[in-house]
Design a protein around this ligand. Structure first.
Ligand SMILES: Cc1ncc(COP(=O)(O)O)c(C=O)c1O
Length: 428
């Protein structure tokens, strides 16, 4: 049989510099990349072009929910691509309807729109809000400081971090930022033009801050009182990463009366386990606001993307990966907390829920003083790379762990050992 994936040409074998040169000459340099080039992966491991193995605790930034090269994803890609890859949203097909039904069943009655990315999912929510408030002249959306909502123009306008906006002004009008977990600040920011509030349940890029129960419940009440839509960006913290489908379900699971539901939720990242697919869910009363001809996406919810997403969901359920994320998350968090106690001069805090974890570095780590041009987080991540572990910096001081939901205990143990080896070296 012909090889499905032909072997890479010689240039990508054992030659990071050659791959980097291709990028330097031909790829827009909008990313700050690490000096690593990968050729393949298997489960929670990635292999670079020289064949060196790395334990992947970054998961493609919360994307590869089933790890790398999962046979169920390969099979879904092959089987569906033999039948139908794309037909356009002028027509119906079963996988999109089935995936929408599955998402609705996981949240609450409503409907789903499919796109390709987190930014596009948020754009859809912004358009729902604009449509909802249009006839009353309401258009303003309140978001949180330190939030992250994507890199489109509306996405950077919605994001509560100056660094993503700089140089791209004028921004989209209609966004106000207030401190996170501060209900009073939202109340103070209300104006006659306010139409919606958008927050993350766990701020990812902003450094792993979890929404408080009272904040979520208070926002729901405030939005109801002022006829505002309450949106949650579940792009990074969603998809079972915290132990439940959405992070608010996890945050509110103990001691709170059931019934809290936002009005809209954006999702992407893990939804296709690495295959690009995004979506937003919108609650029943608002589900038909975007009528025929008002919103579209050529590649949104293709038969191929939806078939893969349905398969990922099937595996998550069959293998109880939500529970695994909760258990492995607890195990890793406990291990990191022990490291923070043992090496307080290196790690000063551990935060997160399930397999969305972060540890904050102690300011002024002595060995990092020689190069102030790089953040402590980047320096630490580089040391972890050298020791064979991939992680993701969040801001200047926090290291994020977003591994596959099917992470094994032995892999979690190996990761902790590597983090300890780096922390121990820096502590001296
Ligand atoms: C919370 C959140 N929202 C939106 C986005 C944007 O998603 P995408 O990069 O798929 O457009 C991200 C990406 O990191 C995210 O973390």
């Amino acid at each position: 049989m012909k090889e499905l994936i032909p072997s890479p040409p010689a240039i990508v074998r054992n030659d990071v510099a050659a791959v980097q040169a291709l990028f330097q000459k031909n790829v827009v340099p909008s990313y700050g990349r690490f000096d690593l080039a990968f050729s393949h992966g298997s489960g929670s491991y990635l292999y670079d072009v020289a064949g060196r193995r790395y334990l992947d605790f970054g998961g493609g930034i919360a994307v590869t929910a089933l790890g790398h090269a999962h046979p169920a994803i390969t099979e879904a890609l092959i089987e569906q691509s033999k039948k139908l890859v794309h037909i356009s949203n002028l027509y119906y097909h079963e996988p999109q309807g089935r995936l929408a039904e599955a998402i609705v069943n996981l949240i609450a009655p409503g409907k789903v729109f499919f796109g390709n990315s987190g930014a596009e999912a948020n754009e859809g929510l912004f358009k729902v809000a604009r449509k909802f408030g249009h006839d009353e002249g309401r258009f303003e959306i309140i978001t949180a400081l330190n939030s992250f909502h994507g890199r489109t123009l509306a996405g950077i306008s919605a994001t509560g971090q100056e660094k993503v906006k700089k140089g791209f002004e004028p921004l989209m009008p209609g966004f106000r930022h207030v401190p996170y977990n501060d209900l009073e600040a939202v109340r103070q920011a209300l104006s006659p033009a306010t139409v919606a509030v958008l927050i993350e349940g766990v701020q990812g890029e902003g450094g792993l801050t979890i929404a408080k129960t009272e904040y979520l419940l208070g926002l729901r009440q405030l939005c109801d009182e002022h006829r505002l839509l309450l949106f949650m960006d579940g792009v990074q913290d969603g998809y079972f990463r915290t132990g439940r489908f959405q992070s608010f379900q996890r945050i509110l699971e103990s001691g709170v009366p059931a019934g809290f539901v936002p009005d809209g939720i954006s999702m992407a990242k893990s939804l296709g386990g690495g295959f690009p697919i995004g979506a937003f869910w919108i609650r029943g009363p608002y589900a038909d606001l975007l009528g025929p001809g008002t919103h579209a996406s050529t590649f949104g919810g293709t038969p191929l993307g939806c078939a893969v997403a349905l398969k990922v969901l099937e595996v998550v359920r069959a293998e109880n990966l939500a529970d695994n994320a909760r258990q492995m998350g607890e195990f890793l968090k406990t291990g990191l907390e022990q490291l923070a106690k043992k090496y307080p001069q290196v790690i000063r805090d551990v935060r997160g829920l399930g397999l969305m974890l972060g540890f904050e570095l102690t300011p002024g780590i002595r060995s990092f003083a020689d190069d102030p041009t790089k953040t402590q987080a980047v320096r630490f991540v580089n040391l972890l790379h050298a020791a064979g572990l991939l992680t993701i910096p969040a801001g200047a001081q926090v290291i994020r762990l977003l591994p596959a939901l099917n992470l094994r205990q032995t892999e979690a143990e190996s990761g902790l050992k590597i983090i300890e080896s780096v922390a121990a070296k820096l502590a001296h």
